[in-house]
Design a protein around this ligand. Structure first.
Ligand SMILES: [Zn+2]
Length: 344
């Protein structure tokens, strides 16, 4: 084999419910998908393990969350086998907090939900509550311990908006520390920033917990996270610059869901400026998302921009559209294999 001198993170974001329910047929479809990804010289896959929306069911054997009735076979196990034999890593994606549909944790324990300023519950697990952290960490470690995954990828590490969380637990913990009810902080008080920072720390603590425990269970595994823009520490209390700077991630996957090429470029520049150097950045290229879709030629253009701006790599989201409309374009943008930056 030729030595690989190129170093670039090339990921594929993958929903895990596209293959046939029939074990033989499904496995064959999965194998063909992974073959195509290998042909495109991709080097890792981010596969949904625990989704954030719809029914909260898994595509692997879980003792914590219900297994999807869709598959009679273990899609995660098959994906790992097929990927590893072709040199691709598999990172299992977890969405710890969104409630989805019929989430057993929140259905049985509605008191674990977040609460808005008016006292109304929202179907989203509260990152501050120890019980939430315990359950979600257990679900992640179950996969890390049972499956030969190369890493864990986190998503939705944030509140759904800025008006959270004012549950009794959060209010009393903040009051114990700062002597004030957060609902009563005047808008121009310096305590406002303390309350915002306290909320950021709830997510940051969770990321650190996952990072420490995953590395303890499987030292070679990587922990990564999706994140939004430089505004998200203020709008949804997602302090990803701190996660990167404090060393709680092995690589960062910021949003690149921008369909104007100059905006996409400025986001690349901005992300690099904020955390460049502390962790590899693989920006998500939104091939087809709820925000828009790329036209022919634009995927290659965005890969070119990622390289020109010196980011360490990219993740293409989502596989079904890449496979159907962009296979040739990805092949010509990535004619050679590349090593993963987070391995070197
Ligand atoms: Zn709370």
């Amino acid at each position: 084999m030729m030595p690989m001198s190129l170093i670039e993170g090339r990921g594929i974001g993958l929903h895990t419910h596209h293959w046939s329910q029939n074990p033989d047929k499904g496995r064959e479809e999965l194998r063909k998908d992974v073959e195509m990804m290998a042909e495109e010289n991709m080097n890792f896959i981010i596969a949904v393990a625990k989704p954030g929306f719809g029914e909260i069911t898994t595509y692997y054997k879980s003792s914590i969350y219900p297994k999807s009735s869709y598959y009679k076979w273990d899609a995660l196990e098959a994906l790992i086998e097929e990927s590893h034999s072709r040199g691709l890593e598999v990172h299992a994606m977890f969405c710890p907090f969104p409630g989805g549909k019929d989430n057993p944790t929140l259905r049985d324990h509605p008191e674990l939900c977040i609460v808005d300023r008016n006292g109304k519950r929202f179907n989203w697990a509260d990152p501050a509550k120890p019980e939430v952290k315990r359950i979600e960490l257990e679900a992640i470690l179950e996969v890390v311990n049972k499956y030969d995954v190369d890493g864990v990828y986190l998503d939705y590490i944030r509140y759904p908006g800025s008006n959270y969380c004012y549950c009794d637990y959060c209010v009393s913990r903040f009051r114990e520390e700062y002597g004030v009810d957060p609902r009563e902080i005047p808008s121009r008080s310096p305590l406002r920033e303390k309350w915002d920072q306290w909320r950021r720390e709830q997510f940051t603590d969770f990321v650190k917990l996952v990072y420490d425990k995953v590395h303890e269970a499987r030292p070679q595994a990587k922990v990564s996270s999706y994140c939004w823009t430089c505004a998200s520490p203020y709008t949804v209390y997602q302090d990803w610059p701190a996660w990167a700077r404090r060393g709680y991630l092995d690589f960062l996957v910021p949003t690149g869901y921008f369909y104007d090429m100059s905006v996409f470029r400025s986001v690349c520049q901005h992300d690099k400026l904020i955390v460049g150097g502390s962790v590899p950045i693989y920006i998500v290229i939104g091939v087809h998302t709820s925000h828009g879709r790329l036209k022919p030629g634009e995927l290659a253009e965005q890969i070119k921009i990622v390289r020109e701006e010196g980011l360490e790599g990219f993740v293409l989201f989502e596989w079904q559209t890449v496979k159907t409309n962009f296979h040739e374009e990805v092949c010509s943008s990535c004619p050679e294999k590349a090593k993963l930056p987070h391995k070197t």
